[in-house]
Design a protein around this ligand. Structure first.
Ligand code: G4P
Length: 279
């Protein structure tokens, strides 16, 4: 199964980003710390490749701390600048500003030498749906303004957002890559990046059970009082019995069971769990 994602949305986002790119200093790419690989959008990365980039791994509270450290080290080895935050609790303006200022050091030093006053740092914010883009922006914002018309080089009517520290943000629509292979689509569904009504919930639930069996078997067994099961479908049926998700005749209600397991995963009832181990 390869999923082809709304090409119409993609085209619109592409155009908007292309237009905005000339006005920003760098890109702030938000990813999900649980799936740092799958939560990329390679197409938008290619489109914005000529700008320096900060990768922000959000929801670090949901991922395993040691794995996040490994991911950051791997990204840095790859020449990327990466930071990890929990946007629901932290206000990372200073952290982002410093990362951006370091990235843009040469450019800004050159301007200073030419006696040009360095203005605030302008960032294009991008990220796939549900990655926490709005939460990150809200955690940075001092006051939201629709018009910052009197700033040099800024197109009117764009939604620039003033933030703490000296950052100015331009938001973009949350967009998934247009093509996703199945395993990746599943991980995106587990984390809520793909809406629950897009893929069959039973399949998502079964795949999630398979993953939990491999990664956190004790937590899974404890949560649903399971013992000695090795087949994911049997486990799903046993969970259905344990939570009373049955249809007439006593058969498992697979959809309800899937929903429960997905919900439990998202509410971290199996603990912090990075779904993609660092390379
Ligand atoms: P988006 O703009 O990228 O689509 O994402 P948004 O900020 O709306 O965040 C999506 C969900 O992720 C929200 O949960 C938000 O509270 C949560 N979230 C964002 N950042 C963090 C973080 O650092 N840690 C944790 N644990 N959660 C975070 P929600 O309001 O419950 O929405 P939903 O999950 O019901 O969609």
């Amino acid at each position: 199964m390869a999923i082809n994602w709304y090409p119409g949305h993609m085209k619109k986002a592409h155009d908007a980003i292309e237009k905005a790119l000339a006005q920003v200093d760098a890109v702030l790419e938000i990813r999900d710390a649980r799936i740092p690989q799958s939560s990329r959008n390679e197409q938008l990365e290619r489109l914005t490749a000529r700008k320096p980039r900060i990768i922000l791994l959000n929801k670090k509270d949901m991922a395993q701390a040691a794995e996040t450290e490994r991911w950051m080290a791997a990204l840095r080895r790859d020449g990327q600048r990466a930071i990890a935050v929990e946007a629901t609790r932290e206000r990372p303006a200073r952290l982002i500003y410093e990362a951006a200022a370091t990235l843009l050091e040469d450019q800004r030093a050159k301007r200073e030498r030419r006696a040009i006053i360095n203005r605030e740092i302008r960032l294009l914010v991008m990220g796939i749906p549900n990655v926490g883009k709005s939460t990150v922006i809200n955690a940075l914002v001092e006051r939201r303004t629709a018009e910052v018309g009197d700033l040099p080089g800024i197109t009117k009517h764009e939604r620039w957002i003033k933030t703490e520290a000296d950052l100015l943000l331009l938001d973009t629509p949350g967009i998934l890559p247009t093509k996703l292979e199945e395993a990746r689509a599943m991980r995106l569904a587990f984390t809520g990046a793909i809406r629950d009504d897009v893929l069959p919930e039973q399949d998502i639930g079964l795949e999630l059970i398979r993953l939990l069996m491999a990664r956190v078997p004790e937590a899974l067994a404890e949560r649903y009082h399971l013992s000695g099961l090795s087949d994911p479908l049997e486990v799903m049926e046993e969970i259905a019995r344990q939570i009373g998700a049955l249809v007439k005749g006593g058969e498992a209600d697979y959809t309800r069971t899937a929903r429960r397991v997905i919900d439990d995963y998202r509410k971290m009832r199996f603990g912090r769990l990075t779904l993609e181990p660092a390379p």
